[in-house]
Design a protein around this ligand. Structure first.
Ligand code: HPA
Ligand code: ZN
Length: 324
């Protein structure tokens, strides 16, 4: 039985090398690699920034509305195979508008694939606009306005990109605005940054979920708070291994935190870059972390409960995971 919600997924992180090359050809773009093998050889990351550099470079192949539809559709098809029934998808709009691609091109293109997702793949979806933390907060406000002006429905806003040295506080205004407009709020925190970054996202941005939050494990008082308030953590164990946030999957704290009572979920983050989609992540956790059937069920139920899906949809999905 599989019925999962994926809550931490960067659309641009699903751009597979084959699609990068297909789109480069379609759009007549010269890539800075000698070929697909050369590109693949660069997926050996030292840290978050070395990944982000490649991630932003590869996005240059995304130019037209059709490109964004094709990218989204490829993810949804693969997610359906992984047992995902609900996907809340991050889009880094500013990484595209900065290259001269309009907000409408990006969001209408993505939306076109999302509209048919339930019928084609059995996946309900929502779009989360993620602001880039390494850029000024004023740029985030502009991106928010541009996104709203497209008329494409948004589920929420988030915050991602380089973490350490980029405080969340300047983004409070755009997060308040989105919340006033009825949107949900999430933020990356505690990936490369320490536990204080998680507390800052909760206290200053008032987010409903924390994306990653691995370093919360270093602060027992914070863990106590996360457990007491049942604040969901959308964790991505394979991503953390690939970006050297943890030394290996075998020592990843996800199951320890689950056992402590934190509302932990499992996600793929950037599956084209980090070794696989949600089913691959779960398989690796089974092998390297001894993921039990009971823990797998709890992670699945947490993912549904932590989603922003309508209550009736959550209830229907939870019924697929009766308590053992
Ligand atoms: N962290 C921060 N920003 C990101 C990530 C990540 O893991 N993936 C894509 N953007
Ligand atoms: Zn992420």
């Amino acid at each position: 039985m599989t019925a999962w919600a994926e809550l931490h997924l960067h659309l641009e992180g699903t751009l597979e090398p084959e699609l990068i090359y297909a789109l480069a050809e379609r759009n007549q773009i010269q890539l800075p690699y000698t070929g697909i093998d050369d590109l693949r050889s660069r997926y050996d990351f030292q840290d978050l920034q070395s990944f982000l550099d490649l991630y932003y470079t590869n996005m240059q192949v995304l130019l037209t509305e059709q490109d964004f539809t094709d990218l989204t559709d490829a993810y949804l098809a693969r997610a359906g195979q992984a047992g995902i029934r609900r996907a809340e998808i991050f889009v880094d709009l500013q990484a595209h508008t900065a290259r001269g691609v309009s907000a409408g091109t990006v969001l209408h293109g993505v939306h076109r694939a999302l509209e048919t997702s339930q019928d084609r793949y059995g996946i309900s979806t929502g779009l989360i606009l993620t602001f880039l933390r390494h850029l000024p907060a004023g740029d985030a406000m502009l991106a928010y306005q541009q996104a709203r002006d497209t008329g494409v429905p948004l589920l929420g806003v988030g915050l991602c990109s380089s973490e350490v040295g980029f405080p969340a506080a300047p983004f409070a205004e755009v997060f308040d605005r989105a919340r006033d407009d009825g949107l949900h709020t999430v933020a990356h925190a505690g990936e490369e940054g320490g536990a204080s970054y998680v507390a800052e996202a909760l206290d200053v941005l008032k987010v409903e979920r924390i994306d990653h939050g691995v370093h919360a494990i270093d602060d027992p008082a914070l863990i106590e708070r996360l457990v007491a308030e049942q604040i969901p953590l959308t964790m991505c164990p394979l991503s953390n291994v690939r970006l050297k946030v943890v030394p290996s999957l075998a020592v990843h704290p996800i199951l320890t935190m689950l056992n402590q009572g934190a509302k932990v979920t499992v996600n793929s983050d950037d599956p084209a870059y980090f070794g696989g989609y949600l089913d691959d992540v779960l398989a690796a956790m089974h092998t390297d972390l001894g993921l039990s059937e009971a823990a797998r069920r709890q992670l699945a139920r947490n993912s549904i409960e932590a989603s922003f899906a309508p209550d009736a949809e959550k209830a229907a999905l939870l019924q697929l995971w009766p308590a053992v």
